[in-house]
Structures are given as C-alpha cells and as structure tokens.
Ligand binder design. Structure first.
Ligand code: NAD
Ligand code: MG
Length: 391
C-alpha cells in the first residue's frame, strides 16, 4: 500500500468535496498536503480544520486574510493567486494532484502538475479542450501519469488495454462509445426549450454537479467537450468517437474492439467511484457508494443523440474537426455564454446561437503556442461578451 500525498485544486467544489470524502475514508492511504478554493472561505476553513493541510490557496489577498483569521489557531500557510495554485500543484512533497477547478482557470495549475511529473487526476476537462496539444505534450515530456476523473473517460480508461500505447489500431480498438444521460431536457417538448430557466437547466436527473457543468449537461455541450477530451486522452480521431444516449447513467462509457467485443464500466452514478479509482490506482479502495443492484434497476436503455435538439454537440464535433484553436474558441465562448445564461442575461436558446457565431468568426486559426491559445481564448471571450450585450 502506497501512501499518497495530495493537492486538491478546487477542494470546495463538487469534485473537491467528493475527493475529500474518499480521502477521509482512508487516512492510512491519503494525506492532504494542499487545498484550494476560490471564495467559499468558511467551507475551505472547515476543510483545513478537518484535514490539516500545510497549504491553502484562495483567489486574492482579502480572502487570504479572511482565511488566515478564521484559522488563527492552526499552523497553515495561506497563499493566493494563480502562481500559488501552480506552486501547490508542483510541490516536491506532493505526488498526486486532483485538478478540479472549473473552466479555463484550471488550465495553468493542471499544466504545472503535468510539467512537474505528478500523478494528475484530471477532472478539469476544459484544460484539454482549451490546450490539449500542449497539456498532453507536457505529460509525455515529464512522464506524468494522467488519470481521467470524468466518469466517461475513467470508464474508457478502465475498459482499455493496459498499458495503452495511444495507438487504437495497434490494440485492435475500433471506436470509443461515450454515453450521455441526455440531461434534464432529453424528452422536453422542443417548442418549450425557449422558456428554459437556469433552475431547470441545473436540475440534472442523475448527477449533482457544479452549475457550469450542469448547464453544459443540459445543452449537451458537456458531451461535446467530452468528445474533445477523449480525442486528446486516447488519441482518437473524431470518427472513432460515437455518442450514445443512456438515460440511466449506469454504463459510463465503452470501448469497442475489432472482434466485435464491447467492454464497459458500470456503476451507480456517483463521482466518488472514478475519483477513488484514480486516487488508489492501480489498487482499489472502498467508497461507501451502494452496490449496483441491476435486478432492481431492471432496464438499461440506449438511443441515438438528437443533434437538432442539442446543436452544441454538433458544434463541438465541428470545432474538433476544424482543428487549430477552434476548440479553445468554443470553450472560452461557452464559459461566457453559460455565465450570461445563469445570470439571466440571455435565454437558453441563445447559448448555441451565440457559440455558432463566435466559432464562425474566430474558428480555424492555428495554435502555435500556449501564449497564442491564451490570446485566442481572450479574443473569443471578448467577442462572446460583445454578442451577449448586443442581444
Ligand atoms: P464546482 O463549481 O462545484 O467547483 C469548482 C471549484 O473550482 C471550486 O472549488 C471553486 O472554488 C474553484 N474555482 C472556480 N473558479 C476558480 C478560479 N477562477 N480560480 C480558482 N479556483 C476556482 O465544479 P465541479 O462540478 O466540481 O467541477 C469541477 C471540474 O470537474 C469541472 O471542470 C467539471 O467539468 C469537471 N467535472 C465535474 C463533474 C461533477 O460531477 N461535478 C464530473 C465530471 C467532470
Ligand atoms: Mg462526464
């Protein structure tokens, strides 16, 4: 049994809290060295009291002071800012980094962990959508171990041959089958989608998640981002990735082999399972999640995705095919339009409409360096913000 020393980036979020839940069940295996949160200071302070990390990182100096004050009686180093996130992602005394910040803000710290050769537990899919080429190159250069946390990619990882070389054909793999729940609007009459509220969009039938990914699940942009994520993680071409809707969220994804075999990973929908898999890998640990009772479930069903109902899925495939910085553009614009929708500044159906317009204007540019991608990210956000304001 190997003791793992953890940094949890985004510990106050849904993935962060679930990670701490698994860690707390196995104090003999996992020691928390560093935590980070953006602005939920009371929650972060409580986590620090429970897990006694050496470091805690917040967004800015005012929040750092608030956290320091709340923890005046315990010995902890409180830091703030992006540099500090990169620092706790690459500490010599840490071997495992959970990258669970939401959005492009998580990219730099995840990259720092990859460059430092850590075991990188990647929940932040936006890192791969924004800068997959550079992130994967950093993983290869440092010899970092990349373990996917997204339930679909974790399922694919578990259904792949080990070790997987990155060459699907050489392993006799025909395609990857990504399952999708279909979200809260799978069967809602299309003519009522115009009236969707943020509350309805974040009410996912099977998973309890942060707001941004919940809206992404409602539009199926989440599945689109996951197609791009699968492309980078498994070196799969767009035509080697298919999406199948599976409303029960029990089969988390599948790998199809040339002989016609399809391997899948099944479990109750609870993120503690992929998190525990990656935390303990290649060992296995208990999670407290109820055992899967297939007879009680009775039925597992599958259907083709409806790309008229979910145009965001099509946009993601288009961006991936266009290459260059197109997926960076898509990701940045998506973060802005989703935030605007959650703030009630734009209606639900404006999400795909505005994304289509931003992609049309800015997609297809090359991506020669990370700095260039960051500039494209900023440009796409600025255009999205302009289009949002003009509506
Ligand atoms: P969340 O909103 O619940 O938590 C986000 C975390 O990131 C919080 O700790 C927050 O403090 C931190 N954060 C946000 N903005 C930040 C910034 N600018 N700088 C520093 N920290 C910041 O989100 P979540 O649902 O836990 O999702 C986290 C990531 O995991 C996302 O990329 C999401 O796509 C991915 N993911 C989540 C799930 C899930 O079930 N929740 C499943 C698969 C993948
Ligand atoms: Mg997922």
């Amino acid at each position: 049994m190997t003791m793992r020393y953890l940094t949890i980036l985004g510990s106050t979020g849904t993935i962060g809290v679930n990670t701490l839940d698994v860690a707390a069940r196995h104090p003999d295996r996992f020691k928390v060295v560093a935590l980070s949160g953006q602005n939920q200071i009371a929650k972060l302070a409580q986590q620090c009291r429970q897990f006694r990390p050496k470091y805690a990182v917040v967004l800015d100096s005012a929040r750092a002071l608030a956290l320091k004050t709340a923890l005046a009686d315990i010995n902890i180093e409180v830091l703030y800012g992006v540099d500090a996130l990169e620092q706790i992602a690459s500490l010599p005394e840490v071997d495992t980094v959970m990258a669970a910040i939401v959005g492009a803000a998580g990219m730099r710290p995840a990259l720092a962990a990859a460059r430092a050769g850590k075991r990188v537990l990647l929940a932040n899919k936006e890192t791969l959508v924004m800068a997959g080429q550079f992130f994967m190159a950093a993983v290869r250069a440092s010899g970092a171990t990349l373990l996917p946390i997204d339930s679909e990619h974790n399922a694919i990882f578990q259904s792949m041959p080990e070790p997987y070389s990155g060459d699907m054909a050489a392993h006799g793999i025909r395609r990857i089958l990504l399952t999708a729940s279909g979200g809260p609007f799978r069967t809602r009459p299309v003519e009522t989608l115009a009236a969707v509220t943020p509350e309805e969009a974040v009410a996912h039938p099977n998973w309890s998640m942060g707001k941004k990914i919940s809206v992404d699940s409602a539009t199926m942009m989440n599945k689109g981002l996951e197609v791009i994520e699968a492309h980078w993680l498994f070196n799969a071409r767009p035509d080697q990735i298919d999406v199948v809707v599976h409303p029960q969220s029990i089969v988390h994804s599948m790998v199809e082999y040339q002989d016609g075999s399809v391997l899948a990973q099944l479990s109750n929908p609870d993120m503690r399972i992929p998190i525990a898999h990656a935390l303990a890998y290649p060992e296995r640990v208990a999670t407290g999640v109820p055992w899967l009772d297939l007879a009680k479930l009775g039925q597992l069903t599958f259907e083709a995705p409806d790309t008229d109902r979910f145009p965001c899925l099509k946009l993601a495939f288009q961006a991936l095919a266009a290459g260059g910085s197109s997926t960076t553009v898509l990701n940045a614009a998506n973060e802005e339009v989703v935030a605007a929708f959650l703030d009630r500044r734009i209606p639900y159906l404006a999400i795909p409409e505005l994304l289509g317009r931003v992609l049309e204007r800015l997609g297809g540019q090359p991506a020669a360096s990370l700095a260039e991608l960051e500039a494209v990210d900023a440009e796409a956000r600025a255009l999205a913000i302009k289009l949002i304001a003009a509506r």
